[in-house]
Design a protein around this ligand. Structure first.
Ligand code: FES
Ligand SMILES: [Fe+2]
Length: 454
């Protein structure tokens, strides 16, 4: 053991790193997967008021949400001309519409007559035009005015100019994004390293197989921060340590708006007390059916990856023969500020979004999507509507979800009500973060502050 004193943020759990584990698998992996990018950003407490203050919540409505790129839906949510979807965040409401020429446009969801929302909050459907339900002012899909009833009474309205004000649109990886800031940088630039990293993992070659939406009993930031570190696994998912290596899960910060972790599966945490054989580990891996016999010379990790390669490959008609064990199995999770999570992995192919629930500082809307591989040459099927579960309902009740994953989401979300209440009950008014494992919480807070102070 070296006696050199480590600087803050330099300490790691001893033993093999995530990169060591991935390289030991013996596969060719993209450089982006094993690159490391950690920087110490201070150790001071972060005030709980970020999660509880109505004033900060209101400031976010004014200074964060109207300035950032945020994903609204997948392309396959609105495949046909006239398909629309309404994206709400706090009091902001954006109407996104597929055009006749397949392009996408977005409008502020507010009538130019007396302000009524043109389409109901949180709605989706298909419309030949955009007709206000109050007095019937009607716009074409492209935002030009089609009809102004009793126009004799509105000589002061120039109909040729009464277009619906547009919101900036971005399209990437099969996702549709909006940005309310007319002067926003391009989506590509905003995403920092993500376009380059995901050149290895094209998400437009996936489709939405499942969408679950749940209200969570905590501020939108506390809710998403339950998913940016694996440190909580020691307590919250303790049984999973038998087959997932938490210690030295890798944490990377790539820029102000992007960071990730890589958390390997199929091998135990080094703190796991029991001696287990590779067969024992395989038996505990929830993604592998019971009764699989590990062939001589294979590890549980390599067998589980091979199993998924075959099962997922056959199910979706895709060739996964070049996908490394890590890309098959691991929890590889990127975050794009303010609220998008992207998993490039094959067995864990999730997308998350965390938003304020209306104007409630104490709750959030959590969208969870699974993106499965698209059979080459096929168009994606239309995206399923969100399956909504109540605040106390289990993810295990969701049709189509893998039970073990449902159980993990239940564990993750079960902490949130207690945390939100504990913020308010505190004598010590801030959270104390791990320098390494919780660096992404700190990054999120620093970037939020950049927007709030801009
Ligand atoms: S408010 Fe929309 S037509 Fe009157
Ligand atoms: Fe978790």
């Amino acid at each position: 053991m070296s006696t050199t004193k480590l600087k803050p943020g330099e300490a790691r759990f001893p033993g093999p790193s995530t990169k060591d584990i991935i390289l030991a698998d013996g596969w060719d992996v993209p450089d982006e997967l094993i690159m490391q990018s950690y920087e110490y950003m201070g150790s001071e407490d972060i005030d709980f008021s970020y999660y509880t203050s109505q004033e900060i919540f209101d400031a976010e409505m004014e200074k964060v949400w109207p300035k950032v790129w945020q994903w609204v839906c997948r392309e396959e949510h609105i495949p046909e001309a006239g398909d629309y979807i309404v994206y709400d965040v706090g009091y902001h409401s954006i109407l996104v519409v597929r055009q006749k020429d397949r392009a996408v446009k977005a409008y502020y969801n507010s009538c130019l007559h007396r302000g009524t929302q043109l389409k109901p909050a949180d709605s989706q459907g298909n419309s030949a035009n955009l007709r206000c339900p109050y007095h019937g002012w009607t716009w074409n899909l492209d935002g030009t005015l089609e009809d102004l009833p009793c126009d004799w009474d509105f000589p002061h309205v120039n109909k040729a100019e009464a277009n619906l004000p547009e919101v900036k649109i971005g399209q990437w990886g099969g996702f549709i994004f909006i940005n309310m800031d007319d002067d926003a940088m391009s989506l590509e630039e905003y995403m920092e390293v993500i376009p380059q990293h995901f050149a290895n993992w094209p998400l437009d070659a996936r489709f939405t197989s499942l969408h679950v939406q749940k209200i969570l009993p905590a501020n939108w930031k506390a809710s998403q921060e339950a998913f940016v570190e694996a440190y909580h696994s020691y307590e919250t998912h303790a049984e999973a340590l038998a087959f997932s290596a938490n210690n030295n899960a890798q944490y990377d910060v790539f820029g102000d708006r992007t960071h990730r972790f890589v958390h390997t599966f199929g091998n135990p945490d080094q703190t796991w007390p029991e001696d287990q054989t590779q067969q024992d580990i395989l038996d505990k891996l929830p993604s592998i059916p019971d009764g699989e016999i590990l062939p001589e010379g294979m590890t549980a990790r390599s067998y589980a990856a091979a199993y998924q390669r075959k099962a997922v490959g056959e199910m979706f008609g895709v060739d996964l023969s070049k996908k490394s064990d890590s890309e098959m199995l691991d929890s590889i999770e990127y975050h794009l500020f303010p609220n998008m999570f992207l998993f490039p992995g094959v067995a864990l192919p999730m997308i998350y979004r965390f938003r304020p629930n209306g104007m409630d500082v104490d709750s959030a809307i959590f969208d969870l999507l699974f993106l499965r591989p698209l059979t080459p040459g096929e168009d994606p099927p239309e995206a399923p509507e969100a399956y909504k579960i109540g605040i106390n309902e289990s993810y295990e009740t969701v049709p189509g979800i893998e039970q073990w994953l449902g159980h993990i989401y239940d564990q993750d979300t079960a902490n949130l009500a207690a945390q939100q209440k504990g913020f308010k009950a505190a004598k010590k008014k801030g959270q104390t973060l791990g320098n390494y494992q919780e660096i992404r919480v700190r990054r999120l807070n620093k970037t939020l502050l950049q927007y709030l102070n801009a």
